[in-house]
Design a protein around this ligand. Sequence first.
Ligand SMILES: Cc1cc2nc3c(=O)[nH]c(=O)nc-3n(C[C@H](O)[C@H](O)[C@H](O)COP(=O)(O)OP(=O)(O)OC[C@H]3O[C@@H](n4cnc5c(N)ncnc54)[C@H](O)[C@@H]3O)c2cc1C
Length: 414
Amino acid sequence: MEFALPEHLPAVLGEMDTFIEREIRPLELSNIQYFDHRREFARTDIERGGVPAGEWEDLLAEMRSRADRAGWLRYGLPASVGGRGGSNLDMAVIREHLAAKGLGLHNDLQNESSIVGNFPRVIMMERFGTAEQRRDWSEALITGERAMAFGLTEPGHGSDATWLQTSARRTSGGWLINGSKRFMTGVHQSSHAVIFARTSGEPGQARGITAFVVPTDAPGFDVPFYWWTFNMPSDHGEVELREVYVHESAVLGELDRGLDVAQTFLHENRIRQAAASLGAAQYCIDQAVEYASERMVFGKALAVNQAIQWPLVELQTEAQMVRLLVHYTASQLDRKPHMEVSDKVAMANYRANRLVCEAADRAMQVFGGLGYTRHQPFEHIYRHHRRYRITEGSEEIQIRRIAQRMFDFGRASR
Ligand SMILES: Cc1cc2nc3c(=O)[nH]c(=O)nc-3n(C[C@H](O)[C@H](O)[C@H](O)COP(=O)(O)OP(=O)(O)OC[C@H]3O[C@@H](n4cnc5c(N)ncnc54)[C@H](O)[C@@H]3O)c2cc1C
């Protein structure tokens, strides 16, 4: 049993830190309103329904393009799209490291943009796209020249995606799509969206759902409003589709096998999200320890009280256990098909997401009144990471996945 990280990683993390200090931190400092206590207000365009402000998104784009020029953005992607072929383990360690640095332009929580990109859509395209789709999309998605939203959730169905009601029926040379989608992240700036629609079969069947790449300016594709969320800005649009026509070539992956595309997207996110949650949790724990050591109460350091120490010890212990699970799962993902380790991915994901919420909450408590202010980062970390206990397959759905493996049920829907 080997617990050491791969040899190349410490040097990679060091080089990355140098790059951040040299090229990203100065940009962050000259745009500090997006990171200090004003962050949610500066980032949100209230006049446009609460979507991200254009200048904020431009700043993130500049960060990504600097990272791309320096060879970091594509680190986790294969060489075929200009990447460095970083493994799942590399990516887990890197994302933990970046999140453990706290809030900053190097790794924005709300937008999920980072100097080392997480590109589930590119992987989705590379794995399922035709040669033409890959040519049209992969590079453009990496550079940010084009964006593609992801439309699985509906007003009537979220966790139970196999029950979705959006449908597509054949017409001459293509398909007509009808239905509605909810919480379609990034649709405000996406030229297209992957829309999952039933093309055959019955509600509840995994087979019979197809993924379509749909232009968001197609007649009948409407975004009536954006949901205002716990963390702002919001780019989570409600979407209506009425007789939206797409050409046959809009099908992504195999007809009726769209949920394979969706699973790939979600799995790519889940392990990296777990690593980021772990890093953010460690940041909260470390900050709380440091503050408690300096803050004087009743004439002594706050940290001497066991009531302060013990909850932080519990969190540190949990963080160490989660770290071993995240590293183990990521290294398994490097060796096996992702569905074979989906239960481990689920374990890592729900425990890491729960951990960061508890760590941010505890840090607020240790910081007292200051912890509740926006001058500290914990409220932002809490509000952002709270989302992950619901979004990429909620906590209950991750637990259900583990139960499926343990009790051997639900084979049909796997
Ligand atoms: C900020 C944000 C961004 C999002 N972005 C996207 C996006 O880009 N694309 C997209 O398609 N979707 C997106 N979503 C939607 C998200 O994936 C869903 O909200 C999530 O899958 C849960 O679905 P639901 O909200 O319909 O809850 P429901 O499915 O209605 O579930 C309600 C609650 O019941 C629990 N539950 C459900 N079934 C069971 C069960 N069998 N046993 C026990 N408990 C159960 C759930 O865990 C949940 O807590 C986003 C959501 C948010 C909040």
